[in-house]
Design a protein around this ligand. Structure first.
Ligand code: ZN
Length: 464
């Protein structure tokens, strides 16, 4: 955490401008990253640097610089008036035509431009926050997010769920017309389906929008489509029913900031205009996949729209393409990790890099993170490893067994017989039975198993 906030932020700032960077200089920056992560994770000096990065869920700096360049480009590209874009276009042409650049590594912003400059994204002269009426930034719209139903209520059956939900709608919004909306993203490479369905008129419509839309933005597009139906049909009392809690929570907030997604600002602005024209518009959250008929129907329409919906080519917001940047950073990192010959013990446990550490959700304490981390990388203070790096003359255990590795210590060494029954009974309680093999137990990535191993090792007082 300290590394990410204090050290990496310094390394990151403007780092994509450093590239193309000589190997020697690049290595000097890499060493800062490696040394800090080694201290943070308590890994041994012998642990390969690529394993350190995987353990810390921190991408190599070369890969990260390209990721940052892409994100920076997207942010500026969404503004029609940003002075960087025409200059970047000129530089790109220069890189294509000038012999100077023929055998040189391209500047990262040019690489980013070549990837994303051809994808239409939402662009505006002003940042979205300033493009809409001032009053829409602070307007309050009625949003109901507590229908009292959740996934557990499915056990009472569809009739119960539907009657409870309909009674709830009638009690909070009597005489309203309810329009269900939903979005569906089945595959990152397929288009995204959005749909709405008006329960009283039985009218529905669906669209297939650009594959770059995030599910959040697609839900917002579905809401906007429903609002335009409300306006065109003159439905004076309309309530939009959506299962997207994230978008409704943002709509519920009284004020918006420059960080509020522009589609939320757009919805607020549209609602405000409707209210000025004497419409009453409200929003209701409904839990998905619990059998609410309107929601199930519109979910089916949205899924169908992925392939069969009318094509709509509205551009997605720039932020939605961040996911593409993240994915390509992971792909680049994955390639480096897969093709490396070092850190193969950890590779067997974790063949693909992740952007979150294995312990990110657990309160395990640094000592245990270090212990498990050293078991994962295979670089620990037991004779089997120390002998490999020429620290001790042999691999013998104190009990006389000729090969003292972690499997021996935990499951066989007679020196720790007194602690073993508790370990084995704990593992059996968790449904884990022998023959035991530590890499297999580590690969399960189960909090209880890992804590049991740690508490056993703590009792043995062996330095790991
Ligand atoms: Zn032993």
């Amino acid at each position: 955490m300290i590394y990410r906030q204090i050290i990496r932020s310094f390394i990151d700032y403007g780092s994509f401008l450093l590239s193309p960077l000589s190997n020697q200089r690049s290595l000097r920056l890499d060493r800062v990253q490696f040394q800090t992560l080694r201290i943070a994770l308590g890994q041994m000096r012998s642990c390969p640097t690529n394993s350190l990065l995987i353990e810390a869920a921190d991408a190599p700096l070369t890969v990260r610089r390209l990721y940052l360049a892409k994100k920076f480009f997207l942010n500026q590209y969404s503004s029609l008036s940003h002075p960087l874009i025409p200059k970047l276009i000129r530089l790109n042409n220069h890189c294509t035509n000038s012999p100077y650049w023929r055998n040189k590594e391209l500047p990262l912003l040019v690489v980013a431009y070549r990837v994303f400059g051809i994808i239409p994204i939402y662009q505006s002269l002003l940042p979205p926050f300033f493009s809409f009426e001032f009053v829409s930034r602070y307007s309050k719209i009625p949003v109901f997010v507590d229908c009292g139903l959740d996934k557990n209520d499915t056990v009472y059956g569809s009739i119960f769920v539907n009657s409870t939900f309909n009674n709830y709608l009638d009690s909070i919004l009597p005489n309203y017309t309810f329009i269900f909306t939903d979005a569906s993203k089945l595959d990152a490479d397929a288009r995204v389906g959005v749909a709405y369905h008006c329960s009283s008129s039985a009218h529905s419509a669906s669209l297939s929008i650009s594959k770059f839309f995030s599910i959040f933005s697609a839900e917002c597009v579905a809401i906007l489509e429903a609002l335009s139906y409300v306006e065109s049909e003159g439905i004076k009392k309309a309530a939009i029913v959506s299962d997207s809690l994230s978008s409704l929570s943002l709509l519920k907030q009284n004020s918006i900031s420059s960080k509020t997604p522009f589609l939320i600002v757009l919805i607020k602005n549209t609602v405000l205009k409707l209210i000025q024209n004497r419409f009453s518009v409200a929003f209701v959250w409904c839990p998905s996949h619990i059998g609410i008929r309107g929601n199930e129907f519109v979910d089916m329409l949205a899924r169908d729209a992925v392939q069969n919906g009318a094509e709509d080519n509205s551009p997605p917001p720039a932020q939605d393409l961040w996911a593409v940047c993240r994915k390509s950073m992971l792909n680049d990192w994955n390639q480096i990790w897969r093709n490396s010959t070092k850190g193969r013990k950890l590779y067997a446990l974790q063949p693909a890099p992740a952007l979150q550490t294995w312990f990110h959700e657990w309160d395990v304490g640094r000592k245990n993170i270090t212990t498990i981390g050293r078991l994962r990388t295979g670089h620990n203070s037991l004779p089997a490893h120390l002998h490999k790096i020429n620290v001790v003359p042999d691999t013998n255990c104190r009990c006389g067994y000729p090969y003292c590795d972690i499997n021996h210590v935990i499951f066989a060494c007679p020196l720790f017989n007194q602690h073993r029954p508790m370990l084995l009974s704990s593992l059996a309680r968790m449904g884990v039975f022998g023959p035991y093999f530590i890499p297999h137990l580590l690969s399960l990535n189960n909090y209880d198993i890992l804590s049991t191993i740690c508490s056993f090792l703590n009792k043995t007082q062996l330095p790991i």
